[in-house]
Ligand binder design. Sequence first.
Ligand SMILES: [Zn+2]
Length: 417
Amino acid sequence: MRKWLAMSMDTELQKHYALLLGVGSPWEVKTVELKLPEKKVEIELGWQWGQSASCPECGRACALHDCAPERTWRHLDTMQFTTLIRARTPRANCPEHGVKTIQVPWAAPQGRFTLLFERFAVDVLLASASVSQACALLGISWDTAHEIMRRAVARGLEQRQLEGLKYLGMDEKNFKRGQSYITLLTDLEQSRVLDVVEERTRQAADQLWTTLSPAQKQAVEAVAVDMWEPFIQTIQQQVPTADVVHDKFHVSKYLGEAVDQVRRQEHKELLAQGDETLTGTRQLWLYNPQNFSPAQVEEFAALKDQQLKVARAWAAKELFSKFWEYREEGWARRFFKQWYGWVSRSRLKPVVAVAQMLKRHLANLLTYLRHHITNAVTEGLNSKIQSLKAAARGFRNFQNYRTRILFFCGKLNLYPL
Ligand SMILES: [Zn+2]
């Protein structure tokens, strides 16, 4: 009686696991082994002999040749018990393709995890603050996490839709602390990274475009980019019908740096005369007055009224922001001419230098009025990428970094099911 009960329980358990795994004939659960001290459940799957096996190349039903040596896959835990699947996978004897190991329904061809586990791991990785945290939650190593991310990204890239891309951004980013750069191509409308390459060169930028088909490139209307020659050249060559739009945030950054240079120089001159007027004022000249505290507003108002060079540099920068508000190209041109004349007369060398650069690129500043695109999206993604980098144990190689950027910022369908 007792023996019969045990057997029936076993059969029930086997059915239960078959249902959980989603496997059916000709696969069956042969044994379920509970290893209490190791907190493990091991499920052995077996193939019902006599069934034909499909060739993984052509799908033809073939005779069974033999079974491959046993392999193990990690599955979703069962009540905190690590759950493993063991099976010997049949090898089909295809008249055309020869002896081939068949595709199992619960895992990807080279995967060491079941598809359900990979799906869950992708969710945990996306929700975790860091990859290390996800590793701890999943009980997997850093390398294993990367393997899962790599496969997820490969799947996502294969299915990705790139039709109707209209506005793109090209930008650079530091990689490995100042020594080297990466270049990013982004979809500004959907806020996603399309691809990443190592280096910041004309050649690297050219390589980025291989992500798109000729028809997809044809559809691009404009690309937001910094005033950097190799980037401008690659856009003109690869997407000749698209407008180059110089990014207003980069322009603002150049002007901000010019203001800071003027302040540093003037501060040095004043200090030489024992004048501390500019001590501790760096932030005031760089930040948006809208974010000032009441005390800072007062301090800044007093500073602005003095005959300071830095105050004139700051005013030049503030005034330029009006340029982006024009709707008519003619008015914007007129404004620029006035602004340029005024800056030239100011003889503030760093500001004049930026003004000259803007004048050289005026045609591609005016395109902003038509498209209103900026790299703000890319900048936003940059900070996300930065946090990935900070949260990681360093990127030993560029491919790992690319995988991670596309995993978290590519808006890909990462799921295996
Ligand atoms: Zn075949």
